[in-house]
Write a protein that binds this ligand. Sequence first.
Ligand code: PCA
Length: 202
Amino acid sequence: MNLLVTGFEPFGGEAVNPSWEAVRRLPAHIDGVTVTSVQLPTAFQRGEQALLRALEDCRPERVLCVGLAGGRKGFTLERVGINLRDARIPDNDGFQPEDRPVRPDGPAACFATLPVKEMVQGLNRAGIPAAVSYTAGTYVCNDILYTLLDWQAREMPESRGGFLHLPYTLGQAAEKGENVPGMALEEMGRGLSLAVRLAAGA
Ligand code: PCA
């Protein structure tokens, strides 16, 4: 089994992005699964290009893209990517699309093909707070999820894909002030390697 995991570079003035910090710590092999880890630019155009290049190079049977959703409490497994770009802040290239499609001739939405509910249950059983999310937003993470699922449906329909949003690290949460949820990077790493195993088993 060949599995691609992606994380994002920092964006929005943050020094780190926990998604890449957790992804880059993954071993290259987990229980017989070959894991390829790739960092994506947090930029609509270059992010998509880097994802498509990685998909074409590895032709992975499973893909789990990972990003930061600051303010959420635990892990969130995204159920759907939508054909919409509506950026609240400019991306890392200064591009801020509003009310634009990801792919003008693409479907309105694509559902994740990884078993998000089972993955959430598996994570919760292991003590990692996790929930299903029905919106990946309208920024670069949604764009990447939509691009991934649309590509898989057309090019590798037997493969499966999905998106995992991580919360702030404890350090980031503490900087934001009271009542902002965060998670220790070690716990995120443990949860991510379990998520990879659950994705591979699907
Ligand atoms: N989170 C952003 C983009 C990159 C990231 O890690 C998002 O949720 O769209």
